[in-house]
Design a protein. Sequence first.
Lengths: 499, 471
Amino acid sequence: MNIPILSSLILLPTVGAFFIFFSKSNNKKYQSSKYVALFISLANFLLSLYLWFIFDNTVSDFQFVENRKWIAGFVNYKVGVDGISILFIILTTFITPLCIISVNSTIENRLKDFLVAILLMETLMIGVFCSLDLLVFYLFFEGGLIPMFLIIGIWGGERRVYSAFKFFLYTLLGSVLMLIAIISIYWITGTTDVEKLYEIGIDIKYQNLLWLAFFTSFAVKTPMWPVHTWLPDAHVEAPTAGSVLLAAILLKMAGYGFIRFSLGLFPVASEYFIPLIYFLSLVAIIYTSLVALMQDDMKKLIAYSSVAHMGFVTLGIFTMTQQGIEGSIFQMISHGLVSAALFLSVGVIYDRMHTRLISQYGGIVSIMPKYAIVFMIFTLGAIGLPGTSGFIGEFLILMGTFKKNFLVAIIASLGVILAAAYMLWLYKRVIFGKLINDNLKKMVDLKKSEILILWSLAVPTILFGFYPEPLINTIEVSVSNLIEMYNLNVENYLVKNSQ
Amino acid sequence: MIDLNLILPEIFISLALMFLLIVGVFKKNSSSLIYNLTILSLFVLLALVLNLSHIEEAFIFNQSYKIDNLSNFMKILTLISAIFVMLTSSKYLKLTKIFKIEYPVLILSSILGMMVMISSNDLIVFYMGLELQSLALYVLASFNRDNLLSTESGLKYFVLSALSSGLLLYGCSLIYGFSGSTNFNEIEISISNVQYGLTFGIVFILVGLAFKISAVPFHMWAPDVYQGSPTSVTIFFAILPKIAALTVFIRFLYVPFINMMDQWQMIIIFLSIASMIFGAIAAIGQKNLKRLVAYSSISHMGYALAGLTTGTNEGIQSSIIYLSIYLVMNLALFSCIFMLRRNENYFENIDDLSGLSKNHPILSFSMLIILFSLAGIPPLAGFFAKFYIFKAVIEQSMYFLAIVGLLSTVIAAFYYLRIIKIIYFDPEKEKYDKDHPIGLKLSLLLSTTFILIYFIYPNAINNLVSKINII
């Protein structure tokens, strides 16, 4: 008997969300609904670990494929995983329970709705990473707007309405072009099934336009310069759990989309647009790092650093080398852990002081030593110090880039230095220095739940820094297969062109 | 021999409405009885139409009246929506003191007009149905006669509608003059080469029809009439006349004038694009919910028309699916508006929704779903409606139309989001009453559930609609 394990992964959080939504609401039950949500998301996490365990990483084909009829004669509901997507699924199921644990008194009103939104978000995010049909992908990709809009809008900070609208409209505007492209692909090739599309390929004369349509959507979501401006706003105003979801997983959807769709479906166009991506990535890396340097709001600083890190990711993906793409995937996972942890860390002191301004802090190390240690780990992780997972990702990306383009690699390397500058400076200003602000003395060190969350993020950050094997092994075959296919396509095109 | 079985529903409805009128005259205080009898007769009608639904194609009265898959589907759609409209609005009528015997009778006669329109295969029959429908609607719009806005809207609708009917009639006469017939099938045969007289005729008729579905630039009446009429009439306006008018659009364009597609295609494209953009932009500044619905329905009709520009069966089917989903969404939205009642007063401003989610979680969750669906966000039904349209449009490589359409969805998303913002993010106001009639609750529940779970089994409607092949 075959259990549809991927569909169970997708559906389980929704079932939980329904259960919570329709349960009676009184204050005591609120706590219990938190436990229900936690239980559901942990079960999902275990299920995904089991999936990883039985996943066969020696073949590049999609595994656990489910294919059901959906819209008659047009689209099938098709899901499956390969080495690339499985890691993102595990990242999602790993981060979600942490988000739920981190929910605390700051979200005093409508906790139940918040949990529902987070669980629905999990469903949609897992769906994005395992859908093997363009329309199914689009459905999950766009569906995520609804819960995220509410998370920012209902539980956000002062300018939450503005940020929620900006987030929603930016992403929607980016995505509608992708919808047109998906429908066009259907009429050009007669299918929206990704596996079939890999086989038959898309006619070269359409590739550039289609690539651009997909690019618009992914560029907004990544976000790439110059359409990154929604991200700092969204991050700053979103509640901690919302920022974590945004940074850790939502941004990865686009990176994943670049690998799965842009490279996979439009190899010739991808080759053609490499300079554009390099340029935008470099601007993102250098420019947003400089912007991050000048921020006085902690969340905003981390948000800009996210843009810079995603710049590395896009750069790595479009090197089209084994190292570059593996590095990008690794960097995405690592950034998922580190940025989630950084936002949670900011959340920890925000809960105590209700301010995110760096200037209000200083000298925390003497009051919160435990906090200073974990924050240090994540700061180093964000810088990419050897021994943290951030290093492996950046190193591989830069290696891939050096292979392709020396100049680009040198400029990108500058970004690493800038990252060190803004992160260390942030650390210095918040943690060290003199304790000037008297209010800070009332702060207490980490609570048990916070220790649990932050250390469960710190452990993999360090572990994968020293021992990246399990991740690399999982993705290796899929990535090399992708690159092989890519090179084959591009060569064929070049041969055809020269004849 | 004429097979009268084919028009049994129409005969039944005519008899029913005369009977109800007589009952109303001779029996005192019978408005409640008549209202219920009307609902009952709508159910009987539905059964009668369903009984005919196996007929693939049949003509009666010298080919001037046509029963086919299109007409059956549209009649069923009309009747189901009518039943729901009646179920939702009874309490409203009572509280606004317009619960009179004429009301259900007028609704019935307007439905009769729609059914004639839907089945018409001849210009004269079509015009007759249209006028019967419109005349009843004029009265309905001004039904709350002590209310200034209501009478104004009735008068406005009457004057403008009469003008458009005049244009339409002039178009009919031109077509008759240049083709020698009023029958759709005969017109198709007689058109051998393009004559400019015919083109003029088409334009005039399209103006009249565009007026009925309130497509830009013939939309001016819609906001005022929607706002001024009693809400129970607004919901009727927003749903039912669109079904009949769109059916006539399909029939008129694709039966007699299919060979002149190059002549009318640009007109429909223009109507479609103008409606999509104008509806989206003009709705942004609205403060009254009913007015906002008027603009949103203008833009939705733009999408429905986009499907008709394609000249393929697929395009027509996508329009019909769009219309069906649009009906459900509007029904759901109006059910929500009917629920904004406090101390026997109804509220219809957007500000009245402020902070609704705190006291009415279920109602606001339904509104959330409805509004996101209207905005076309997946995985709700509204997304699929748009998706089918764009699928059909892109098949014909009309990328410009598709891109404009999708960009105006983004603009439209803004004002739907604004309502959601007011419901969910703004401070709360007083509670609304919670004792709603069962019919209202039922219609909200059914329609919202439909919107929410449509994506699980989209084939249910698609299979029905795929039988409708006009070309």
